[in-house]
Design a binder for this molecule. Sequence first.
Ligand SMILES: Cc1ncc(C[n+]2csc(CCO)c2C)c(N)n1
Length: 222
Amino acid sequence: MGYRFSDLTDACQDDWRAYIEHPFVRELGNGTLGEGAFRHYLQQDYLFLIHFARAYALAAFKSRTLADLRQAHEGLKAILDVELDLHIGYCRDWGISEEDLATLPEARATLAYTRYVLDTGQRGDLLDLHVALAPCLVGYGVIANWLNAQSFTVRGNANPYDAWIAMYESDEFQAAMNDELAWLDARLAEVTPRRFNELVEVFRDATRLEIDFWQMGLDRAS
Ligand SMILES: Cc1ncc(C[n+]2csc(CCO)c2C)c(N)n1
């Protein structure tokens, strides 16, 4: 007993590294990622964000304390009032209109990942849901920090994807990631080994689905 978040990543190190250091991420970092791959990713990520907002609504429903309910409400508001507008603006910069976004067919990787998270939350409790969301919330902050530590990463105007890295390295995003890490560390400190193993399974599944999401971008898979 006495687990923490890093025990989850330690328990599925190969998958975690394959996600954080995915070729899509490396190509974002050195600026060589194909524009078509990035556009496909952006489009599917719009659908992803909508379902992610639903997952926060589910977190509200699953909350047993006022503090957890408020936290879920803040997450839902952040996506609906901030993230989605930013994303729509970002898509516009990349030549994707709101009309395009409204009529997008959902790719299988998006379907699989988002519905897995929602199902995990419905089947389990609030901790299951947070663990299913962790590769997304924590992972993107870890990826931005990892990219910044790599010598191949190109920053500034020379990299068309610089704004993407900047978004996830921002103090605001890193603070949200650290809040989530503190929440997870506090909850994981109390779980039994048996429960921890269940949570590792959820974390590994969600991490693999993030890998598939990157790969979908590279393959432009539908
Ligand atoms: C496939 C995919 N995985 C993770 C994120 C990152 N992300 C989405 S919502 C959110 C938290 C918002 O409060 C974060 C970090 C993404 N955009 N797309």
